[in-house]
Design a protein around this ligand. Sequence first.
Ligand code: C2E
Ligand code: MG
Ligand code: MG
Ligand code: MG
Length: 282
Amino acid sequence: DAKESGKNTFRFYSSAMHPAAYDTLVLENDLRNAINLDQLELFFQPKVNSDRNEIVGVEALIRWNHPERGLLLPGVFIPLAEETGLITEIEKWVEFTACKQNKAWQDAGLRAIPISVNLTADRILGSDMVQNIRQVLKETKLNPSYLEIEFTESTLLKSEHGVIAILDELRSLGVRISLDDFGTGYSSLSYLNRFRGRIDTLKLDRSFISELSFADEAESNFITKVIIELAQHLKMSVVAEGVETEEQLQVLKDYNCETIQGFLYSKPIPAEDFAVLLEKGK
Ligand code: C2E
Ligand code: MG
Ligand code: MG
Ligand code: MG
């Protein structure tokens, strides 16, 4: 053990670091095979209109059923996928699987709702994203208005002009656009104005929601209230992310934010479970 080995401590630590690097290498190798081995899965979380208590959309969130490590969340492997370039293949799988699933629900007679997928900056700006989306829509026969792309402010920072051109192409296909995690990045209000007419929906980040106070005129609620009003002014709809309590819901209703996503309604769940939820309509 390190304490007992005295002057060998350094060697102990340096050899102890190898397993971590080795671990990443193994995970990377596993990830390379995850698609072929059918280990990736999409989970689904509803977006709910809180006035009508009705599901108005669904977000697809990736999971990895790792044979030894169990169900892995995207935070564990999406950064690795980005570093290694595996992200392109993974996102293609996500794009296809989400569209295919949504069409299957429609074909099964469930109410038609848009499905959203999360794409990284590199995928949005990558050369074949729009072409792949076009192909996937054709192949799955999903009406483009039932597909939505979620991207984050970090994508805007990489190439504003690039993103504008791509959003315009997507919109001309009839696909919807959401700006995810709004308010957490280096967003400037002038961005929003320049993206007016190109972004259908702002997703207000969970950090704002968790700070909401039930007390009247609470200081911490002010920014949230103003963002909602601004979005409405810019003709964008607003989805509140990470809503967990009735109190948060009440404050959001008071601010006229009717579309709600969060554990209060449902966690992300497997496809079969989501179909049951959608069938019940609540
Ligand atoms: P996101 O797009 O902002 O998704 C929302 C995350 O918040 C999800 O975590 C969801 O499970 C979680 N969440 C939803 N409601 C609540 C709530 O009420 N309370 C709390 N505490 N959490 C809530 P998840 O599934 O772990 O995904 C994390 C992030 O990974 C996503 O953030 C998204 O940026 C990324 N991601 C997910 N799927 C994909 C994918 O297919 N491709 C890419 N590139 N990124 C993905
Ligand atoms: Mg998202
Ligand atoms: Mg988000
Ligand atoms: Mg996020």
